[in-house]
Design a protein around this ligand. Structure first.
Ligand code: NAP
Length: 314
């Protein structure tokens, strides 16, 4: 089968990889589309190597690809052969999705949203699930919560805006130039251009600040939080010192790391999407042969939603 292997910080498209064999708790899935994420670009650059090692990650031939849509090849306990599913993998450890076939535990997948294509479905799982965990579980967002999403036009932000609105929040979205109409259309109540107005100069206070740019440190925004406000950095490792202070103040820095399977939440995301309450946002689509272009796109500014790559023909 085909897949992207990582060799000395270079990706290579190989066609001679062995078909994986599922264990008793796994599905064998033909991957139709997979996304390319900023985390994949970091993996290629070797930025996560030490952390992954510390977390006990094993070396695999394929090391990139965090989400997918695909077709079940061999029935499991909850999903049967021919089911169209979408899902995600642990960010740092375990298998990755830039290969034609994967073996994956059933907890990490759900049935694809009914009306959506494989291409659109692949663009959703990790961004929507991470947003839902951040907003609902960690942020306890509810009706009337004031939420600021920094880095709102990318692969997570486009879902964070929509989900925050579904939970009843008032959403301020911060993104680059020419994004106002796009982000308002996704449900943002206010849109701020980070190139014109720095975060720290804002006058309003928020119950939750979700930073998807990964550039913000807690001291830079703590004055923007209400007394019991929460700050959730998408990369918690950039804010490690500020978790220690949680014990001594009302305002909290929350630890966000999606690593477990949560089929139930993914099924909720699927049903929201099927009802048209949550829309997929595909920035661009590449063939597997054009993987280098897909990874180059990750390095460019102004992306909207996810970069998607076709892995197989139906
Ligand atoms: N903790 C977890 O469990 C978890 C799970 C999934 C992903 N992540 C991480 O979450 C982060 C976001 O992922 P993503 O897929 O949404 O990334 P992305 O698509 O690259 O989006 C990042 C956004 O940040 C914006 N941005 C850049 N500089 C900014 C600034 N100075 N101020 C405000 N916004 C700025 C970008 O806008 P421009 O294009 O205009 O620059 C872009 O919209 C990544 O680092 C990823 O690794 C964490």
């Amino acid at each position: 089968m085909k897949g992207l292997t990582l060799e000395s910080k270079h990706l290579r498209l190989r066609e001679d990889l062995s078909l994986p064999v599922p264990n008793a708790h796994e599905l064998l899935v033909k991957v139709m589309y997979a996304t390319v994420n900023p985390t994949d670009a970091d993996t290629v650059a070797g930025n996560h190597a030490l952390l992954a090692k510390l977390l006990g990650a094993k070396r695999h031939l394929v090391n990139t690809g965090l989400e997918f849509s695909g077709i079940v090849q061999k029935s499991g306990k909850r999903f049967k052969q021919g089911d169209r599913i979408f899902g995600y993998v642990d960010l740092l450890k375990g298998i990755k999705t830039h290969q034609e076939y994967i073996c994956i535990a059933e907890d990490f997948v759900a049935l694809m949203p009914a009306q959506l294509s494989f291409e659109e479905s692949a663009a959703m799982p990790l961004g929507a699930l991470t947003s839902l965990i951040a907003l609902q579980d960690l942020g306890q967002v509810s009706k009337g919560s004031k939420v600021l999403i920094n880095g709102a036009s990318g692969g997570l932000g486009v879902y964070a805006i929509q989900i925050a609105r579904l939970l009843g929040a008032n959403v301020t979205a911060v993104a680059g130039t020419n994004t106002e109409a796009f982000l308002s259309n996704l449900g943002a109540n206010q849109v701020i251009n980070y190139q014109q107005q720095p975060l720290k100069s804002l006058q309003h206070k928020f119950d939750l600040i979700l930073d998807l740019s990964t550039l913000v440190k807690y001291p830079q925004i703590k004055h923007l939080l209400h007394k019991h406000g929460k700050f959730i950095p998408a990369n918690p490792f950039n804010n490690l010192p500020y978790f220690i202070g949680n014990a001594f103040r009302n305002k909290k820095v929350k630890y966000l790391m999606v690593e477990n399977g949560d089929s139930e939440k993914l099924a909720l995301i699927s049903s929201w999407a099927a009802q048209g309450k949550l829309r997929p946002v595909v920035d661009s689509v590449f063939s597997l042969a054009d993987y280098a272009q897909a990874f180059r796109r990750i390095g460019e500014k102004g992306r909207r939603g996810r970069v998607v790559m076709q892995m197989s023909e139906e």
